[in-house]
Design a protein around this ligand. Structure first.
Ligand code: CIR
Length: 253
């Protein structure tokens, strides 16, 4: 049994931060429906959903992943790289405090949860426009006592590390090689996204299940060829805000 923390979409989402995608009108009603279906998928995979109320002052606040890094032993409240997102943390921290000891990333460090990928006791952190060297160093100091190694990973051309690589099964990584050097993952089984689907590397593991966008058929076929059958969701409206499937929840068991 997992808990999944999610947050209702902000009515201000049209003013979201955008870095690598062009602004396009968001159908807010459709976005809410898609977010609802995303939460249903989490529940179908065994999660109990903790739904936070929407934050009218924080356009990107549906993307709860970025404000915390949750591990079995501790939750680290981040300091997001985008200044407009720094006020999102408090309400998430209040919920996490019921489940975990909290630690905090502090100025001048910045860190987005979307840059943090846990692979067993190994924590990879994207060197992105959002997560700086001080943020990676603070995370290392906080997690080393629990036996985690923290390794910085260069990325280019995308928002976060998990735009470029996620784990889709034990030891199996889904990688967008245009945004990260795939040769660094020699000890893992690698599935590359189809070149026609650049945004297809973001998948969300939930226990033994996987949540995956419904509109990457070529990469989906590659997952199927590896025996991986995800639960498909349409988050296309959230994708217009540069979000995907990992970023809309924080999972804890
Ligand atoms: C942002 O730029 O911060 C949001 N518009 C998108 C955040 C997506 N977060 C994620 O993938 N972890």
């Amino acid at each position: 049994m997992f808990y999944a923390i999610t947050r209702q979409i902000s009515p201000a989402m049209a003013r979201c931060e955008l870095t690598h995608v062009d602004r396009a009108p968001i159908d807010m009603e459709l976005a809410a429906q898609q977010h609802h279906q995303y939460q249903q998928a989490l529940r179908a995979l065994g999660c109990e959903n903790i739904l936070l109320t929407s934050e009218p002052d924080f356009p990107d606040s549906v993307f709860v992943e970025d404000v915390a890094v949750v591990l079995d032993e501790i939750a680290v409240i981040t300091r997001p790289g985008a200044e407009s997102r720094r006020g999102e943390s408090a309400t998430v921290a209040a919920v996490l405090a019921k489940h975990r000891t909290l630690a905090y990333i502090t100025a001048p460090a910045t860190l987005d949860g979307g840059d943090v990928l846990r692979l067993g006791r190994r924590i990879l952190v994207g060197q992105s426009g959002r997560s700086n060297t001080a943020g990676i160093e603070q995370l290392r100091e906080l997690l080393q006592p629990y036996g985690y190694s923290v390794q910085a990973m260069p990325i280019h051309g995308c928002l976060h590390l998990k735009s470029a690589v996620t784990e889709v099964a034990d030891g199996v990584l889904l990688v967008q090689p245009e945004w990260i050097d795939a040769s660094q993952f020699a000890q893992y089984t690698i599935i590359l996204v189809d070149p026609a689907e650049p945004h297809a590397a973001n998948a969300l593991r939930v226990g033994s299940g996987l949540i995956y966008p419904s509109y990457f058929p070529r990469t989906l076929a590659r997952l199927h060829d590896s025996g991986i059958v995800p639960l498909l969701v349409d988050v296309a409206e959230l994708q217009k805000a540069e979000g995907a499937v990992t970023c809309c929840s924080l999972l804890l068991n």
